[in-house]
Design a protein around this ligand. Structure first.
Ligand code: CP
Ligand code: NVA
Length: 306
């Protein structure tokens, strides 16, 4: 019987032990970058990056990451491929995965990446779907641990849209054992209800200020994610009270950090004072995508070659 290919489509695809190993490796790889000494552990390996949505950080961190490890990357915009002219996702996955060692995909519905992975011979990494953004959230937790130590037992506050990032935070909260306060306008509470989670460590707050009380990490994201642009005008009005501003940081733990996966819209989901202020670790967070994902590429490629 052939062995099962390991993919990373959502945070829950990894165990706590897997993540611990990845974080340790990411730390080592980060030191190598600072010394400009790169172990060529992925020599001759090819990463295909398949994009159906825009990206700055995800594309760059994966491309630079595989290059630093001795491999190479090929970027395919899905609109330039035959998928855009009706080739099925399953057929595309069968072909693409015969010509490379690992694939990262950024697309709309999560079901699309799931179908792609089901037909791929090589590991598939989720570089963001409408429902999940697992690479980002694990890089964020890696960043929290660097800045403040263990996240277990802490309060993390998610303020704003209950989107792909929020879903990945929910899954991470189980693995790492932190309390997750989610505050979103009551009109959007149904999104959380539809996720049908059965976790006592996740609590909904209609008041964003209450959700930030005693928090060690306050995090947010755009109010209108890619693919939801027709709702933008309405969302701008509904989310008004959910801007992460200094008032929200003031009720948090005094060691609180602020995170945002970026790109940010100052004056909407976060004030300039907060994102550019002393509690913000958004640039460290962006850089850590590189280190975490290099560890992930090595982990998945090597697991597939055994
Ligand atoms: N945070 C993030 O995934 O950024 P990009 O959309 O620029 O890749
Ligand atoms: N929630 C945002 C994240 C962008 C990195 C989006 O899906 O557009």
């Amino acid at each position: 019987m052939s062995k099962k290919t390991r993919h990373f489509l959502r945070v829950s695809d990894l165990s706590f032990n897997d993540v611990e190993k990845l974080f340790q490796r990411a730390e080592e790889l980060k030191i190598q970058v600072k010394k400009k000494k790169y172990a060529q552990i992925l020599e001759n390996r090819t990463l295909v990056l398949l994009f159906e949505k825009h990206s700055t950080r995800t594309r760059l961190s994966f491309e630079v990451g595989i290059q630093q490890l001795g491999g190479n990357a090929i970027v395919l915009q899905m609109r330039d491929t035959q998928i855009d002219r009706g080739e099925t996702i399953a057929d595309a996955a069968k072909v693409i995965s015969r010509m490379c060692d690992v694939i990262m995909m950024r697309t709309f519905e999560h079901s699309k990446i799931q179908t792609f992975a089901d037909h791929s011979r090589v590991p598939v990494i989720n570089g963001l779907t409408n429902e999940h953004h697992p690479c980002q959230v694990l890089a964020d937790i890696f960043t929290f641990r660097e800045q403040r130590g263990e996240i277990e037992g802490k309060v993390v506050s998610w303020i704003g849209d209950i989107n792909n990032m929020c879903s990945s935070w929910i899954e991470a909260s189980i693995i790492f054992g932190f309390k997750l306060h989610i505050s979103s306008p009551p009109q959007y509470k149904y999104v959380l209800e539809e996720l049908d989670i059965n976790q006592t460590n996740v609590e909904y707050f209609s008041d964003p200020l209450k959700a930030c009380k005693k928090s060690s990490l306050i995090t947010t994201d755009v109010w209108t994610s890619m693919g939801y642009e027709p709702e933008k005008k309405e969302r701008l009005k509904i989310f008004k009270k959910w801007t992460v501003d200094t008032q929200k940081l003031e009720v948090a733990d005094r060691n609180v950090v602020f995170m945002h996966c970026l790109p940010a819209h100052r004056g909407e989901e976060v004030s300039s004072e907060v994102i550019d202020g002393p509690k913000s670790v958004v640039w460290q967070e962006a850089e850590n995508r590189l280190h975490f994902q290099k560890a992930l590429l090595e982990f998945l490629i090597k697991a597939n070659e055994i």
